[in-house]
Design a protein around this ligand. Sequence first.
Ligand code: UDP
Length: 237
Amino acid sequence: MQKKSEIYRGKSKTVYCTEKKDFLIINFRDDISANNGMTIQKFDGKGKINNKINYFIMTTLQNNGIKSHIEKQISDSEILVKNLKMIPIECVLRNRSAGSLVKRINIKEGIILNPPIFEMFLKSDIVNDPMINESYCETFGWANKHHIMTMKYLTHKINNILNKLFHDIGIILVDFKIEFGLFNNEIILGDEFSPDVARLWDITNMRKLDKDIFRQNSTGIIQAYELVANRLGITFS
Ligand code: UDP
C-alpha cells in the first residue's frame, strides 16, 4: 500500500493516509516529548526501536486474543494499520505507584497496587489531559457505557498478558497508557505500546528503562530502550 498525504503529526509519530480509506501508515519518529510537548528532543534510532517493540507487543497481544489495529510492518520505522475512529481517552493501568499518581495522592514511588488501578484521562493538550470518569464520558459523549466497560476489561486483560511477559524477562511493568478506537463498531487497540508510553523498571536494580529517563533529564535513553527490545528477543539487522 502506498503512503499518501500526511493527515496528522503527533509528538512522536506521523500518520499518513493510503489509497485505501480503511488503512493508514504510521511513522515512528526519533522525537520524544515531555511536559505536554513543551520539551522535545531527537534521539537517533528511537523511532526504529519503538516501531519494533510496538509491533512485537501488539502481535503478542493479538496472539493472546486482543485485537489491534496492526496490519504489518512496512519499513524500519513504519507500520500499516487499520484506520480506527479513535476514542479521545487515554486508559492508564498502574501496577505500582509512579508519576502523576504519586503527586496526586502524595504517596511514595514504587508501592505495589493491589488490585491494579485503572484510570481514564481526556486527550486534550489545551487542558493538560485531565483525569475523567465514566460519568464525564457519557455526558460529553466521548464514549458510552459499553465502550468504557470494554476498554476497562481489555486494559486489565492486556495488563495480565504484559505483566507476565515483562516479568519473565526481568522487567517490572509499573504502568502504561493505551488508546482504543472503533473499527466496524468494534473496540480495537490502537496507538502504540512502547517505552514512551509505559514505565518499565529493571527488577534487579529498579533502574528506569523508559521515557522517565528523558523526563528526569538523565542519559542513556537509547541504550535503555535497546535493552528492553533485546530482552524481548527483538533483533536489529
Ligand atoms: N502516559 C502517556 N502519555 C500521556 C500521559 C501518560 O503515555 O500523555 C503514560 C506514562 O508514560 C505512564 C502512564 O501513562 O507510563 C501514567 O502516566 P502518569 O499519569 O503518571 O503521567 P506522567 O507523570 O507520566 O505525565
